[in-house]
Ligand binder design. Structure first.
Ligand code: AMP
Ligand code: FE
Ligand code: FE
Ligand code: ZN
Length: 285
């Protein structure tokens, strides 16, 4: 069994439609893939309709959150959510708020770049997102297309980095509130790439313990952005706190170089996750 529990489609910042993503997953020999677009469930219906025979698809999402340390600025944390009820009103309202927030913040970044002469235009970027939830990868692609930078990676390392003068933050969900919403909707909250120091500041063990108190059920241990030492640490922490451990690629199509299935989840951990999710069911044969 090869199980990859974190992948993005064009419903957010991946480059493949949900149907294409599932075909890629099957061609790569996966048995299970989770669709986890940022702040939206818009890909669920198309994924269910296009599911290739033999492939199990777990409906999921990646919620943009923040952890608030006592003595430091907030830290960005991503919360994977699986098998929740997409119609739960409170959770649906929070996703909608986050999508509005993304539009407002994307426009601010792009207009600041344009004001300094960079040839990027917000309406074009929105049009090219094809209805998907806009993120910095869409802005990065526009910068590549305009010849300003030579790759998406280069855009993230320079103009779109969180220390860049053009960067604007979004007002993400307090992670404890996010965890509570996912649980209220019958879902399984899993802390995504929690120790990925290459992405910026990360939370400490006490924060993960507090998140567990708030209802967190799992941590993503095997992730392309985690070093071996970070994985060992997270695995130990998960054992101490009684959390499910997952592994996944965080596939984004050609927006990143990671192939689908680059990291995978153990079947017993997947079974525990399935048993904990009551808000929706996987799509399977
Ligand atoms: P945003 O959610 O708009 O703040 O943008 C962050 C998104 O960009 C996340 O989904 C990351 O997976 C993605 N991302 C971060 N760094 C890179 C990179 N170097 N290349 C491509 N995508 C990236
Ligand atoms: Fe992303
Ligand atoms: Fe993420
Ligand atoms: Zn992701």
């Amino acid at each position: 069994m090869r199980i990859d529990l974190h992948a993005h489609s064009s419903a957010s910042d991946g480059t493949e439609t949900p149907a294409e993503l599932l075909a890629t997953a099957r061609a790569a020999g996966l048995d299970v893939v989770a669709l986890t677009d940022h702040d939206t469930t818009a890909g669920w219906g198309p994924a269910e309709a296009a599911r290739p025979e033999g492939l199990t698809v777990v409906p999921g999402m990646e919620l943009s959150c923040r952890w608030f340390p006592i003595d430091q600025p907030p830290i960005s944390v991503h919360l994977l959510a699986y098998l929740f009820d997409p119609l739960h009103p409170g959770f649906a309202a929070e996703r909608s708020r986050l999508r509005d927030e993304r539009l407002e913040r994307g426009q601010r970044i792009v207009e600041a770049l344009a004001a300094d002469g960079y040839p990027v235009h917000w309406p074009e970027i929105v049009a090219r997102s094809d209805g998907g939830v806009v993120g910095r990868p869409h802005i990065a692609r526009a910068l590549v297309a305009a010849g300003v930078v030579d790759s998406v990676d280069h855009a993230f390392a320079t103009l779109l980095d969180h220390r860049s003068p053009y960067y604007a933050a979004k007002v993400d969900t307090d992670v404890r509130e996010g965890i509570a919403l996912v649980r209220a909707a019958g879902g399984v909250p899993v802390f995504a790439h929690g120790l990925a120091t290459k992405r910026g500041r990360v939370v400490d063990d006490d924060a993960v313990a507090a998140m567990t108190q708030a209802g967190l059920l799992g941590v993503e241990v095997d992730h392309p952005d985690h070093s071996e030492a970070e994985r060992v640490h997270l695995r130990g922490l998960a054992a101490d706190l009684g959390l499910i451990t997952t592994g996944s690629s965080d596939y984004h199509g050609t927006n990143k170089t990671t192939p689908i299935g680059a990291c995978t989840t153990e079947p017993a951990q997947f079974e525990a996750l399935l048993a904990a999710g009551t808000g929706s069911a996987p799509y399977r044969d």
